[in-house]
Design a protein around this ligand. Structure first.
Ligand code: FAD
Ligand code: UQ1
Length: 416
């Protein structure tokens, strides 16, 4: 049995940042972080890895180099949560007791829920997925290899992280085809379970223009349910069909975004709501039933788009509120749902979406960010990695709210 003042589950974006902050506050020996992985990945870079613009190695660091040195790293998974007794069990059977728990376990990728997909990812070089370290390196060679036929990109019928990522690779792929001279022989098809291109109309309007101008075929309410690698066919359920009809496409390239959920161990714990997400107050990030438990990032029920940008802002709020609770006070800070999605539309172009719980744009820069911009691509490709590794993971960066005030000095507030 080990006893800690604070235990953080997950050493990804949200967990690493939170642990870094509280280690500084509490000192050595008081904070444990439970994380089984040897490698930490800056997943946001995987879109660019898929397009051949960055390497997988550039996105990865040894876990030991990003986790704060003052915290105890327990290199295991949490397998059972017992919040009634302030305790949890790890994969080796260790029991860990805590005063305060922070859950930041991220998402589980459920490739197996699509029949034949795992097999296709393992056996067919033309099936790839930017969402997984093992499959993201297949994307660029597969894009380069297509000569003709259907290049299909999918968006599943579950909440996912970075809801823009399934279509960023469509734009990058279409550009690769054009540059290689194969574009005329390829049908570029985006099959999405959603009924819109993007949840916020200001950015959706730009994206609709782009798909029209670049002859990208968008099929709404199409959900990938089966892949047949032998015949290179992909089967889609028509979500608006009452009879559960399906339609089959042949493919010469398939980029699959898998269904996602909170990790099984989280879903089967007393920490989740009926939909299987860690149930925290949407403003304070404090658990709705266990006041000494907080959560942030992709595993939560927070009704905003799941991104590292959101986790950064949540970390800022969580720090203050958990500190207050530790001091016996009420939470003081409120999360507004801020999230951001750099919609890369080409190798030097990006629409930087930023918005809150109500879907109101909350733009950092004093320009119209719904336009495709070279500058925003530079931000995404070169500034963000620095901000992530040296700001967020160190528990210093709390989202762009701090820059927003400076950027808009003397320019008035932008209208929603
Ligand atoms: P993660 O960073 O995923 O970390 C979760 C951690 O928990 C992992 O290290 C995992 O090993 C660990 N874990 C899981 N289960 C357990 C367990 N039982 N016990 C202990 N540890 C456990 N975000 C942006 O802001 N901008 C972007 O442009 C962007 N693009 C993206 C593109 C792609 C292709 C992908 C995949 C993601 C992208 N994201 C982007 C999303 C971003 O990566 C996530 O939202 C962010 O990493 C969420 O942080 P998190 O801490 O909740 O989860
Ligand atoms: C952001 O804060 C962030 O977290 C580090 C990201 O994750 C990689 C992002 O992609 C974006 C766009 C933001 C937002 C930050 C600014 C400065 C607009």
């Amino acid at each position: 049995l080990s006893v800690y003042k604070m235990v953080v589950v997950g050493g990804g974006a949200g967990g690493c940042a939170t642990a870094a902050h509280f280690c500084r506050e509490m000192g050595k020996g008081h904070v444990a972080i439970i994380e089984p992985s040897e490698t930490h990945a800056y997943q946001s870079m995987w879109t660019l890895v898929g397009a051949g613009l960055k390497t997988l190695g550039q996105s990865q660091r040894p876990m030991s180099s990003v986790l704060p040195s003052k915290c105890d790293w327990i290199k295991e998974s949490a397998v059972k949560f017992d919040p009634e007794n302030n305790s949890l069990t790890t994969s080796s059977g260790k029991q860990i007791q805590y005063d305060y728990l922070v859950v930041a376990a991220g998402l589980q990728l459920n490739y197996d829920q699509v029949k034949g997909l795992t097999e296709a990812l393992q056996s067919d070089p033309q099936v790839c997925s930017n969402y997984h370290a093992q499959y993201v390196t297949k994307t660029f060679p597969a894009l380069e290899a297509v000569q003709s036929g259907n290049a299909i990109f999918t968006f599943p019928n579950t909440p996912i992280k970075c809801a823009g990522a399934p279509q960023k690779i469509v734009y990058l792929g279409e550009e690769i085809f054009r540059n290689k001279g194969t574009r005329d022989k390829i049908d570029v098809i985006y099959n999405t379970s959603l009924n819109v291109l993007f949840a916020v109309e200001k950015y959706a309007a730009t994206l609709r223009n782009i798909v029209q101008k670049r002859h990208i075929k968008v099929n709404y309410r199409h959900n990938l349910v089966e892949v047949k690698p032998d015949s290179r066919e992909a089967v889609f359920q028509l979500l608006d069909s009452e009879k559960g009809e399906t339609t089959t496409f042949s493919y010469s390239f398939l980029h699959a975004t898998p269904p996602m959920s909170a990790p099984d161990v989280v879903r089967s714990s007393p920490l989740v709501n009926a939909d299987g997400w860690v149930d925290v107050n949407k403003h304070t990030l404090q658990h709705t039933q266990f006041p000494n438990v907080f959560a942030l990032g992709d595993c939560t029920n927070l009704p905003t788009s799941k991104t590292a940008a959101a986790a950064a802002s949540q970390c800022g709020v969580l720090k203050h509120n958990l500190s207050a609770v530790i001091k016996g006070k009420q939470p003081t800070h409120s999360y507004d749902g801020y999230t951001s999605c750099p919609l890369v539309t080409g190798k030097n172009k990006c629409v930087l979406a930023e918005f809150d719980y109500d879907g109101h744009p909350m733009e950092t820069f004093p320009v119209d960010q719904s336009k495709e911009r070279w500058s925003m691509y530079q931000m995404k490709a070169h500034v963000m990695p620095q901000l992530y590794f040296h700001g967020l993971l160190k528990g210093i960066y709390e989202g762009p709210a701090m820059f927003r005030k400076v950027m808009h000095l003397g320019m008035g507030e932008k209208k929603h």
